[in-house]
Design a protein around this ligand. Sequence first.
Ligand code: ADP
Ligand code: MG
Length: 737
Amino acid sequence: MDQRACASCDYRRVLNESFDPTAPRRSDHPPATIAPIDLRLAIGDLTGVGPQWSARFAHLGLRTVGDLLKHLPLRYETEAAEEAVIEAKAATAQSETTLTRTVRGEIQRVKHIPSRRPRTEALLADESGTIRLVWFNAPWLVKKIHPGARGIAQGKAKLRGGYLEMVNPKWEALGDGLGEERVIPAQVGRLRPIYPATEDLQSARIDRVMSAILPGALASIVDLVRPELIAQRGLIALNDAYRMVHSPLDGNEAEIGRTRLAYDELLSLQLAMAMRRWQVRHAMHAPALPMSATVEAKILSRIPFELTDSQMQVCGEIAHDLSDTMPMNRLLQGDVGSGKTAVALYAMLIAVAHGHQAVLLAPTEILAEQHMHTLCGMLDGSRVRIAALTGSLRTADRAVVVNGLASGDFDIAIGTHALLGDEIRFKSLALAIIDEQHRFGVEQRAALRTKGPTQSQVPHTLVMTATPIPRTLALSFFGDLDISSLRGRLPGRTAPTTRVMPTHRSGEVYSWLQSRVARGEQAFVVVPAVHESDLGLKDVASHAEALRTGELAGCRIGQLHGQLKPAECESVMEDFRLGKLDVLVATSIVEVGVDVANATVMVIEHAERFGLAQLHQLRGRVGRGGKPGFCVLIGDPPTEIAQRRFDAIASTTDGFEIAELDLKLRGPGEFFGARQSGLPPLRVADLSRDFELLMNARTDAQQWIGGTGDLTEARDLPLRRRVLGQYGAALGLSDIG
Ligand code: ADP
Ligand code: MG
């Protein structure tokens, strides 16, 4: 019988008793018999979890029962029913396929056999017979497997010479510490949750403690989301959801439970985004900068080419935003080389035309210099005064800039993070543009917003990124922004041709590269490391040297990486730009924005180590000057996924498509947006597949927030507190409720 059913009213006893750990029947307990466990109760205060164990839980960030409840399984394993050895043997003899079997017993003999492939052999016995367990290359077993040790072995069983044998079975030691030996019931198909665990706190242990606290903890859960909403979305109650993720009857339940938890997570984020969106738009205002035909004609006359339809459309969206006192808060995404700089200039000149100032923030000094170069070129001979501010400016020059921005002597400031400093004040900042968003997060946007003339007067903001953000991520992490996209290529541009080459053929790549250099073209060679390390990765200095003395003898080779001083960086870039260098060996620092028209070849070593979006960025650096560009990815994809990523990048040139694909293949964890946004990562929702759920949460949040911009009803206040606690600081939400 299910012992927990009667013991569950006392979780302290439960921990010390043997019980059926599958217990999917938990929710069948009549509610009245369950003593709720306070979710704030420390894990160390549970009977059976001493200080040593609670320290191990704390290592995983789990301190209270509530923490534990939120510690969700990574996945589930189907647990094979346990059998006596003799049954397992008979079944194996009869079966044509090799099946997973589970047996329990005591280790009788152990042999450690050192050889080139060291192996451990043990004989496990129960009352009915013995089975041989063999592990290869498993030195950690030496401590665990010894005569007298009891445990459960689970693995594929085979008959070998009349002997039943399992190779590399899973081994779960039994009978030490917490609780008695657990029983795996003769019920096939139980889903065993596999939890994120550590070396000394294994998943099975977490599972057992979880099972013990679950009924009581579930009884303490308060659902903060309005029941109407849950019902309307066809979701389940929160305590059912937790039961289903920790102790699902089947895979379906696990997913239903996960969906509810993911919805809650997305809803909180979307509520925060909706609150922020409202606050930015209503609690603050920006100067209205209406556009006139004369102003527009003047601005367009400064741009030395005709804007594409796509550029014109985006310029229109921006001009429309700027004409209003509601602050613009817009994200402009456009592939590498799609012409974002011209759009930025267009927007800045609107501000300048109205006698205000604009700032353009770049992530690196190289980029800031480059923007300076471009914009000064286009504004040559106009009355617009531009200042550059970077960290490496000399004190005297810096003072000139700082004073000039405060007095209004400069109309446009271009610079790096240095522009965010507290001491930087503007006379009348009306527009802030952040280029290459992925180096800047919410915090930087907030810092810029304080640079307006008064507390409630903020600049319009435009964030530009060349890394297209998949829609789900954009809505999640930049949900407070409006989005514009530049699509299509500029006239006369073709995408670089991309090839993948295995490492052993890199010699051919370099001799071909020689031939391009001989025609007067230039090339980047990107490597993953700055310095030599024991990872066996190519690094800038050694690779440059190897090429100089070997495959690229005779070429003028420069080196560029982020650990050089800014002045050195700039002089290397300048030499490359001027054609004094043929080849630049660099780290991915050249990924962002670097614009050298004569560069036609991008070779990327260890390409498997770079993200898809990053590879796409890198290849966007070549073929920008009218000559066709080439990108060669050198690498040996170690996995099937890596191979698919290579195939994708070689066959697609649309950055938007690549972004969506990258998200699917890698999941959002690694992805641009999540970390860079400065927001806490999502733990349950998976943005590569929860699109619909996200859209629902977004709609619900917006409706809920409605016209007040906040959660104001008394019954929603606990939820409001939670949302502000989670996101208030990161999003700079003010507590206006
Ligand atoms: P990104 O979007 O990567 O910042 P840029 O703004 O640097 O791209 O533009 C890439 C190049 O294309 C620049 O040399 C720029 O002068 C040029 N360019 C931009 N728009 C046009 C256009 N409409 N017609 C022709 N060339 C353009
Ligand atoms: Mg750019």
